[in-house]
Design a protein around this ligand. Structure first.
Ligand code: FO1
Length: 301
């Protein structure tokens, strides 16, 4: 079964890793959000792409979910000592990724080419595609004004209240090579348990899911998010955070919806077919089990 997974952030990477443990590599394409990308200290940073690639390569930091395992922090500590910025924590190994990506982009390579080469070097056999090769920047309109995504997310720890999201550059941007073809030839598309507002919505601007079997996995469990600000965002936008809110978010797109066992009672209110599953992914086994459950669910649709 050929699957396209739409992913951003740690939840998306874990689900992609679960799918990667089951599907033959050529049958899994992951289209990744690049709205969180930014330039920091002259470096081109692509957090969601790196999180997905590091996770599939088995190189991700198991505590944070982002960055590298067994990381050292010599460069950032020395920058800090010199009075430079250190709010965005870049480890030594991770900095090598950003230096090399920045060098290649400056030399004229596209982001897709860079990702392809890095995946080959890290022995990631699945197909990982950025949503676009053009810069798209998620801007968060808050009660303290409009902030760049990482400024809001990391520097301000998601404290400002959100009012609206804008994807700067989206009207001039095109989908990355291979994304539309991957969706067209997929048997199904899985929307990973990523933040609907800032991880999935940007990707959805680039692909058409018409007439596809689309299944979403809720990132909200019992009204809360496992990681990140999705529940807080729903609340601040005047929507009660719940799996139902996520299903409504994707209204018109879905053939099936996966919600956690904790939310089983909500299942009857969902307007598409549902799968109640254990969606918490604490370890590699949980990831593979959830992926298998979702694939079986897709077969039943
Ligand atoms: N998230 C943090 O909360 N704090 C950090 O200092 C931080 C550094 C960082 C470095 C590289 C990278 O690839 C990701 C990093 N992230 C950090 C995570 C990332 O910014 C967010 O999780 C995503 O953008 C949201 O999906």
């Amino acid at each position: 079964m050929k699957i396209v997974a739409l992913a951003g952030g740690v939840g998306g990477a874990k689900m992609a890793h679960g799918l990667a443990q089951i599907l033959p590599p050529k049958d899994l394409t992951v289209i990744v959000n690049t709205g969180d990308d930014f330039e920091y200290m002259g470096l081109s940073i692509s957090p969601d792409l790196d999180t997905v690639c590091y996770t599939l390569a088995g190189l991700a930091n198991p505590e944070t979910g982002w960055g590298r395992a067994n990381e050292t922090w010599n460069i950032i500590s020395n920058i800090e000592r010199l009075g430079g910025p250190s709010w965005f924590r870049l480890g030594d190994q991770d900095i090598a990724t950003h230096l090399e990506r920045t060098r290649r982009l400056k030399a004229g390579q596209t982001l897709s080419q860079v990702v392809k080469d890095f995946c080959a070097a890290w022995e990631v056999k699945q197909i990982i595609l950025p949503m676009s090769d053009s810069p798209v920047r998620t801007m968060v309109d808050t009660d303290e004004g409009e902030l760049e995504f990482q400024e809001y997310f990391v520097h301000r720890r998601c404290e400002p209240r959100v009012k609206h999201f804008r994807f700067d550059g989206i009207s001039a941007a095109e989908s990355a090579p291979g994304t539309r073809e991957a969706v067209a030839s997929a048997d199904a598309v899985i929307i990973c348990p990523s933040n609907p507002w800032v991880s999935v919505d940007p990707i959805l601007q680039f692909i058409s899911l018409q007439n596809k079997i689309v299944v979403a996995v809720s990132p909200i469990i019992g009204g809360k998010t496992v990681k990140g600000p999705a529940a807080k965002m729903y609340e601040e936008l005047g929507i009660e955070p719940s799996a139902l809110a996520v299903e409504k978010h994707y209204s018109g797109l879905l053939r099936g919806f996966v919600l956690d066992a904790v939310d089983e009672s909500l299942s009857s209110q969902v307007s598409v077919k549902t799968l109640v599953a254990n969606t918490l992914m604490n370890d590699y086994t949980d990831r593979a089990r959830l992926a298998q459950d979702v694939l079986n669910f897709i077969r039943s649709l």
